[in-house]
Write a protein that binds this ligand. Sequence first.
Ligand code: AKB
Length: 320
Amino acid sequence: MKNILVVGSAGQIGSELTLALRNIYGGDQVIAGVRKTKPSEKLVETGPCEVVDALDKEGLVSVVDKYNIDVIINMAAILSGTGEKNPMLAWDVNMNGLINILELARERKMKQVLVPSSIAVFGPTTPVDNTPQETILKPTTIYGVTKVAGELLGDYYVKKYGMDVRGLRYPGIISHETLPGGGTTDYAVAIYYEAIKNKKYTCFVNEDTRLPMMYMPDCLKATIDLMEADFDKLNYHCDYNVGAMDFTVAEMAESIKKHIPEFEISYEPDFRQDIADSWPNSVDDAPARKDWGWKPDYDLDAMTEDMLKAIEEKHKKGLI
Ligand code: AKB
């Protein structure tokens, strides 16, 4: 039996991951840790919710002890766009929050810690196509800097203290339950909402921008499969590349037009263009496939069909 705490449960990945874990391990076994954001009804109804701030170590300790937590998942982060507007905040949340969690896990001898990473660890000097697992990590965003440091820190706790710390380099994650906030890849979610609501979208990166992306069901599968993988089979710990699909914004627009022919797209690149340009087009995830059997299910058109259907439903119900 595991008692899992998800820090950052109200966020884009955290909200759906908490529900997916509750389906597997039982509602009472998975504690939703939320900071200021009001948790969704689904989160409140399906299991315990606690106010948790990764920067408040005492508060973390009391929740961890109350529920006998032995697995902790750190989904709290300041993403790339917000990070460039407030680098000190990104450093504080992403580094001090992480070290609080790792130290607490060490002190309480927890069974496992999940520390997410991102394609933001790569930078303009990294090979851009099929980016290898082992490559140059010289990011030019503060978010990327904290993610490289986070990978190294997690690996250090594995080596130094014999702990089980794991993590994936998430690509842009696309979903229709909870909106992402403050990331560069947020356009790949916003485009679907705007296609349903207004039949048009103005994108903040240009039409040729190609980035690695993943649909939420694959993101949940990758996360849970890595958590459940046999530790002895892992050749990496906190930095697995995971690929699913990659496409340009123009290709996304074409995929949407198959369902909404009148959809129009225009482009007004802002500061996030530079961030997107510093990240890979696609990643090589051969070690994840070999070590723990990673294999995605969704491609662009399958995802588009699903996203538009789900958002259309919300629109009809007046939820968006
Ligand atoms: C962002 O755009 O900052 C994130 C990420 C790729 O980690 N979605």
